[in-house]
Design a protein around this ligand. Structure first.
Ligand code: ASP
Length: 351
């Protein structure tokens, strides 16, 4: 469904509404929050009309709580952005916070060579509630999506998350708080911009395309055969084997301790080797909120490296998942997937 405001004005922004708390209100019959329609959101934010931009909107049907997000929605988002790429200067995606970091990560890998901003935002409180954080998040996201430099190029041609005055690279952010307004953090990369009295852009960090006139490439083949194994004291051989060697699994993201360490027990390494021999791609990311994997520091890490485990560096789990879906969709050969994973594709890792 398309809805237009301020036709004839300068920049053009497409607001894409997928659901999430920002657009929910209480359904008295079940005493739970449910999504309401987009024109009601716009009514709550008359400030948007003060921008000299054309703001169109597109509403997903059905609207969802982002806990229900599937890769099919990422494909629909990529299709929509590709189809309307030439008509808009930037895209703002209203999305539930619960899986926003997964969606922003996936989209960052699905679109190569972006020349326009794709900004995800949402809120912790519905937009109809007086203390909502949704208005500021939405208004500033629109301003960032429309922001250009003196040459007329987008200031932030990246997939980002804007939340509570901070603009983060999408594939660097994680949801860290379920009730504070500052729900997201980007622990391994400083903000791309911060909003105060003015919006201050951290230009040295923002990735710019090599050719502004080249259309981006949309990668829409996703292979989702990924499992996640989180290390914990007391983990059993049965659990590790089930996850690492599952027949429907092509890759496993292993969330290890600290700098990439896992148990040094013989059974554990034997299962890792068994999985590697069976052709499973095993990625090592840390369960620490900040910092990087380095498999050369401790003996336990070294054994993983020798068994063919791939270094995830300072990747978030959300980013690793989207990156694997994309790389496995692009390459048949696991060696290509592993080499791609250890490369910095969209600013998602620091090497
Ligand atoms: N459950 C909601 C969602 O992710 C939470 C939110 O939007 O903040 O859709």
């Amino acid at each position: 469904m398309i809805h237009s405001e301020n036709i004839g004005a300068k920049s053009a922004i497409l607001l894409i509404y997928t659901g999430g708390t920002i657009g929910m209100k209480e359904d008295p019959s079940v005493h739970a929050l449910r999504p309401f329609n987009f024109s009601q959101i716009l009514e709550e934010v008359p400030e948007l009309g003060k921008f000299a931009y054309r703001i169109d909107s597109y509403t997903f049907d059905p609207l969802i709580d982002s806990s229900d997000v599937e890769p099919s929605m990422w494909l629909a988002l990529a299709d929509l952005i590709e189809e309307r790429y030439d008509q808009y200067d930037g895209f703002v995606i209203l999305h539930g916070t619960d899986t926003m970091a997964y969606s922003a990560s996936a989209l960052s890998f699905m679109i190569e060579g972006l020349t326009k901003p794709v900004i995800f935002t949402g809120s912790q409180l519905p937009i109809g509630i007086p203390r909502t954080d949704g208005k500021e998040n939405l208004i500033s996201s629109v301003e960032i999506a429309a922001a250009k430099d003196a040459d007329g190029h987008a200031l932030v041609p990246e997939v980002c998350i804007y939340f509570d005055n901070v603009l983060m690279r999408g594939n660097r952010a994680s949801k860290v708080n379920s009730d504070h307004f500052s729900a997201f953090r980007s622990p391994n990369l400083p903000p791309l911009a911060e909003a105060g009295i003015s919006i201050r852009y951290n230009k040295s960090l923002i990735i710019r395309p090599s050719d502004w006139n080249k259309a981006p490439k949309f990668h829409k083949n996703l292979d989702t055969r990924v499992s996640i194994l989180k290390m914990h004291p007391g983990i059993t051989p049965q659990i590790v084997r089930t996850i690492l060697c599952g027949k429907d699994t092509r890759a496993v993201i292993m969330e290890t301790y600290g700098a990439g360490n896992a148990p040094s027990k013989e059974w554990f390494l034997e299962i890792v080797q068994e999985a590697a021999a069976a052709g499973k791609i095993i990625i090592n990311v840390t369960q620490c909120i900040a910092g990087s994997v380095n498999m050369d520091i401790y003996a336990t890490g070294k054994c993983l490296k020798e068994s063919g485990v791939v270094n995830g560096y300072d990747s978030t789990t959300e980013s690793a998942l989207g990156k694997l879906f994309h790389l496995m969709g692009a390459y048949e050969d696991n060696a290509d997937v592993k080499a791609g994973f250890e490369s910095d594709l969209r600013g998602e890792i620091s090497k």
